[in-house]
Design a protein around this ligand. Sequence first.
Ligand code: FAD
Length: 321
Amino acid sequence: MGKHILVLAETKGGALRNVSLEAIAAARQISGDGQVTAAVFGPDSEQYTEELIQHGADKVVVVKNEELKQYTTDGYRQALLQVIEQLNPDGVLMGHTSQGKDVSPRIAAKLGVGLISDVTAIELDGETPVFTRPIYSGKAFAKKKIKDGLIVATIRPNNIKPLEKDESRIMEVEELQVEIKDLRTVVKEVVSKTSGTVDLAEASIIVSGGRGVKSADGFKPLYELADVLGAAVGASRGACDAGYCDYALQIGQTGKVVTPDLYIACGISGAIQHLAGMSNSKVIVAINKDPEAEIFKVADYGIVGDLFEVVPMLTEEFKKE
Ligand code: FAD
């Protein structure tokens, strides 16, 4: 007997976040021959239905309430609880994003059920899903299952592949009503510090700079390489602390955790707290003038040299591609 899995789809800047499609792929894995329903919140939610269906959802529920135009903890918590009550799913999945990290524990706590966060892989033990998640800052992995009750889990971006788009899938859309009461916070304005650039958490390529870039201007060659590669720019805390870039770029234990296909570390020594945020990247390239730098221990490819010479050379070569 299959399961009914609900996916809370997340949007950003008028587009679905890729991790929502990854969560649908995860839900398909768990549901067996059951159903995958995606929920999207906000007045413009209907525009995302086609993409969600084509990537594997059987049905999309839209909740067009004006109060859900912007994410608020309180609004989304209330809306999601009411959607769960109306649909009675066996599991709820969402991205391990700021939003998912914020709302998922509140849902699990309110319903008195277990939560498995930051899932990087799923396998089945019979019909029971077994979730893999990193522990000890990515140095080990734990496998977990929820024995009974609703399954609530968040999916780490860039680990589970979205399903291929299938335009022949049949659309099923339903509008649900929810009542949002006594909102304690109202979002007046969103000022994005990284608008127009590739989202760091979901980027498939990241060019990252450390204290070795030496100044804010030193990041320029990294941005040029990132432009050519369609990559996002990240940073070590060393670079952020030195004022070379915004803390929104920080990767590591106290920054963002990323798992891109390619991570290019420029002038980063490889402190354990930085590795906690990027060591699970699929391919790591390190550029550092110190051959003894710790970063080379986790790198698949190491370039010993001055980043101000190496990075522009890489940019020129990739431009030729
Ligand atoms: P450095 O360690 O100073 O390394 C700079 C590197 O650049 C050196 O290896 C040097 O050889 C190289 N270099 C210099 N010039 C060049 C050049 N021209 N070309 C090539 N290479 C060059 N750090 C994080 O990154 N993320 C975190 O989330 C984080 N959280 C932390 C939490 C706690 C509680 C603590 C205590 C620390 C945390 N840190 C974090 C800080 C961490 O310990 C390191 O201090 C920091 O990562 C160092 O940054 P860095 O590698 O850029 O600088």
